[in-house]
Design a protein around this ligand. Structure first.
Ligand code: GDP
Length: 137
């Protein structure tokens, strides 16, 4: 049993597809252990994506992530990290496999609908970034 962090990004929240995206998780064996809608501050987004701080797209990424509310969720299930990444599809929606969340709901690499932890270690840290023990119990 694993846990992973999902973020429904501002583009998908604005489009009104929160329910459709959460349904992809539940329909594919991932339980929603916790979920909430939040507006990130610039500092939140800079900390969360600190690993990308030196990348040329960092400022655009931070601007985008604070452009509207996001929905953060903890997904739980067997192979949750890998399963969520598979459901999400490739980072660039134009390269995402048909039937994936990014192929179906994302416009481009800047506004690509969802985030998902890419390793178990990052999942633990990303979950702790957004959720308290009380919210997870
Ligand atoms: P992910 O794990 O599939 O989300 O991809 P990464 O961890 O590599 O990148 C984090 C986020 O940065 C992506 O989801 C994109 O929103 C954004 N990003 C990554 N690469 C690029 C790029 O080349 N250009 C732009 N504009 N954004 C990018």
């Amino acid at each position: 049993m694993e846990r992973t962090l999902s973020i429904i990004k501002p583009d998908a929240v604005a489009k009104g597809v929160i329910g459709k995206i959460l349904d992809r998780f539940e329909s594919n064996g991932l339980k929603i252990a916790a979920t909430k809608k939040v507006q990130l501050t610039r500092k939140d987004a800079e900390c969360f994506y600190a690993i990308h701080a030196e990348r040329p797209f960092f400022n655009d990424l931070v601007d985008f992530m604070i452009s509207g509310p996001v929905v953060v969720s903890v997904l739980e299930g067997e192979d949750a990290v890998a399963k969520n990444r598979k459901l999400m599809g490739a980072t660039n929606p134009k390269e995402a496999e048909a039937g994936t969340i990014r192929a179906d709901f994302a416009e481009n690499i800047d506004a690509n609908a969802v985030h998902g932890s890419d390793s178990l270690e990052n999942a633990v840290n990303e979950i702790a970034f957004f959720f308290s023990q009380r919210e997870l119990s």
